[in-house]
Design a protein around this ligand. Structure first.
Ligand code: HPA
Ligand code: ZN
Length: 348
């Protein structure tokens, strides 16, 4: 490993767009499939990890998700996701989980949230790294199950159920084509009324009208991906003026959505030059042969960024996060200090 890659690995990083199921180690996929009697088409799941579109990716994502059978499985997944992230300088993450298909087959949201929170707490005790949760609605299941999930989450929060204190917000993911985000307004309205933060995947493979619906109809404070945003200059200006964050996943856009043939063609640098708060994230690292080090390294190389550019990207993650002011200030200080120390080492 070069000194630069090693410095990027050690730079404390924030991640705001990472699906916990998309962090599942291949060995865990195989073990949980065996435990829960799920037939996999191959003994080496990584052979399945090549995609031609978001929807072909989602077929695999759903297969991987299906191996999670009980509370202990969710706890193991959450624990391993943090331990694996810490190896790549993860300092703080707000992670998605998308339980629609588990709820559909009779798992209780209470067990899923309690399991995830238990795994995150164990990893936090061991590593000092905090990870919070965003409950995602799966668009493919439609607005009814989405609203039911939020209603159950609200019920659990009000009852002070185990783990609910880790759930910061509501998100929306899965297939975009043929789905109108406005159909999910009731679920997002309820979440907003209950004090949950809101974000949604928009514009990964759809036009900027869906991004606008995300902020104006669903009340989102952030947009996940938002890849098509700059096709609408007026909306782009609003995102710049209001510092509405985008959680961008450049390598995922190449490997999952096949949006561009090469990373060099991704609009990430143009987004940042335009003044957008465009953060850097991995999306589904274990399903795309990625990690935070490689995300930072490849972006730095593809776009000719300097060390200070990469520190600025890490700091933007803090601004876009839902940390409270004190925690955000502390993390900003840590990234700045480590960034300066590691940068000085590189120029020695
Ligand atoms: N887009 C939509 N849904 C998803 C993704 C994504 O990139 N990853 C996991 N679920
Ligand atoms: Zn995503």
């Amino acid at each position: 490993m070069t000194a630069l890659t090693s410095a990027l690995q050690r730079l404390p990083k924030v991640e705001l767009h990472c699906h916990v199921e998309g962090t599942m180690r291949p060995s865990t996929v195989v073990e949980l499939a065996g435990k829960n009697g799920i037939a996999l088409p191959t003994e080496d799941p990584t052979q399945l990890y090549r995609y031609t579109s978001l929807d072909t990716f989602l077929e695999i994502f759903w297969l991987v998700q299906s191996v999670l059978g009980d509370r202990d499985d969710w706890a193991r997944l959450a624990y391993e996701s943090v331990v694996d992230g810490v190896e790549h300088g993860l300092a703080y993450r707000e992670t998605f989980f998308t339980p629609a298909r588990h709820l559909d087959v009779g798992q209780d949201l209470a067990d899923i949230v309690a399991g995830l929170a238990e795994g995150l707490a164990a990893a936090e005790d061991e590593t000092g790294v905090r990870v919070m949760l965003i409950a995602d609605i799966d668009r493919a299941y439609g607005p009814g199950p989405g609203l039911e999930m939020v209603e159950r989450l609200v019920e659990l929060r009000r009852a002070g159920a185990a783990g609910t204190e880790r759930v910061l917000g509501l998100g929306l993911d899965s297939t975009e084509l043929g789905v109108d985000p406005r159909d999910f307004a009731a679920a997002f309205e309820l979440a907003g009324r209950e004090g949950l933060r809101r974000t949604s995947h928009q514009g990964e493979v759809t036009p900027p009208t869906t991004i606008q619906a995300g902020i104006d109809v669903l009340g989102c404070e952030r947009i996940d991906h938002g890849l098509s945003l700059m096709d609408d200059p007026e909306l782009t200006q609003r995102f710049v003026d209001e510092r509405i964050p985008l959680t961008v996943c450049p390598n995922s856009n190449i490997r999952i959505a096949n949006a561009f043939p090469r990373l060099e063609e991704h609009p990430y640098p143009r987004m940042r030059e335009r003044g957008l708060l465009a953060t850097l994230n991995t999306d589904d690292p274990a399903l795309t042969d990625l990690d935070l080090t490689e995300e930072y390294r490849s972006v730095m190389e593809a776009f000719g960024y300097t060390w200070n550019d990469m520190v600025a990207i890490a700091l933007d993650g803090v601004e876009a996060s839902w940390l409270d002011d004190d925690d955000a200030r502390a993390l900003r200080g840590r990234i700045t200090e480590e960034g300066e120390r590691l940068g000085a080492e590189l120029t020695d």
